[in-house]
Design a binder for this molecule. Structure first.
Ligand code: RIB
Length: 306
């Protein structure tokens, strides 16, 4: 199997469960509060390692207890944190998450050390980045640093997967480093400036993203599945039915499943099917990482829903 390098954010998730999303100015009573390990980079790395991949993480933490204990979690989960820098004078990233009764979530984050992942820190991890067969990243760290890492991986011949979350405008040059871009509907709309309500909208917006430089787009559509759009055509891959409790990190888990499928040499449809199964299973317990599945659990779901 090819090696996977994840570059991305490392956060502490402060999560409140609420009956419903409330209106501005309204106060409502929540049903639970919990602290979880999270961050899109940390989530993707742990999800890929649970599936059995050889995973190295490039990221940044602050000089605090949370960052130090998260390094231990990475080691226990089988993620090599050799590329994680400790940045003095800032805290580890933090995310404030609301999870409604139907499992849907809203997130606000404070970058902390993730915002200090500069080109210089990336250059210090160049060997790790350039030795990966598959490189995954997101947009929750300092963006010029993130795309600098993507360029190094791309030029070294890796397959580069961008999770464009949180979505922000990106240049054609940056998109040209990416083999796959995996936005949900909101992110696709933000990236392209086009409305994305229907599947036809999604295909049109994905085509615009391809014309802007992306090679292929995987539009993550929640329980509906995933729309693959390439220069040659498009295809909808249906999702799996599960009892969703908390959708936090479903997208991260999807990307990890996809990366692991590609690293194993799966065909594109097989890698997308694995990604859909991993994303679905990740929603079945509270917290970003609690329900991220093993490969055996993902295969069981795929066998049970053909
Ligand atoms: O994608 C989910 C993640 O987004 C959460 O774990 C939170 O940390 C935010 O980064």
């Amino acid at each position: 199997m090819k090696k996977i390098c994840v570059m991305g954010s490392i956060n502490v998730d402060l999560t409140v469960s609420i009956p419903r999303f409330h209106a501005p100015g309204e106060t409502i009573e929540g049903t639970n509060f919990a602290t979880f390990t999270g961050g899109k980079g940390g989530n993707q790395a742990i999800a890929a390692a649970r599936l059995g991949a050889d995973v190295t993480l490039v990221g940044a933490i602050g000089e605090d207890d949370f960052g130090r204990s998260y390094l231990e979690t990475f080691r226990k989960e089988g993620v090599n944190p050799a590329g994680v820098a400790v940045v003095p004078g800032v805290s580890t990233g933090t995310a404030l998450i609301e999870v409604a009764a139907d499992g849907d979530n809203r997130i606000a984050y404070i970058p902390g050390a993730n915002g200090k992942l500069t080109e210089a820190l990336i250059d210090a991890q160049r060997t790790l980045i350039e030795s990966a067969g598959v490189f995954m990243f997101q947009m929750e760290t300092y963006l010029p640093g993130a795309f600098h890492a993507a360029r190094l991986a791309h030029e070294a011949g890796a397959c580069v997967i961008l999770d464009p979350a949180p979505a922000q405008p990106v240049s054609a040059e940056w998109l040209s480093y990416c083999d796959y871009v995996t936005p949900n509907e909101t992110e696709l709309a933000l990236l392209t400036g086009m409305p994305v309500k229907t599947i036809e909208d999604a295909e049109a917006a994905a085509r615009k993203l391809i014309s802007m430089g992306a090679k292929a787009v995987l539009n993550k559509r929640g329980p509906q599945g995933v729309l693959l759009v390439t220069a040659e055509g498009s295809q909808l891959f249906k999702g799996f039915k599960v009892n969703a409790v908390d959708t936090t990190a479903a997208g991260d888990s999807f990307n990890a499943g996809f990366a692991v499928g590609l690293a194993m040499g799966d065909s594109l449809p097989d890698a997308i099917r694995l990604a859909n199964a991993v994303g679905a299973l990740s929603t079945t317990a509270a917290g970003a990482q609690a329900a991220m599945p093993t490969m055996a659990a993902a295969k069981e779901l795929m066998d049970s829903q053909r």
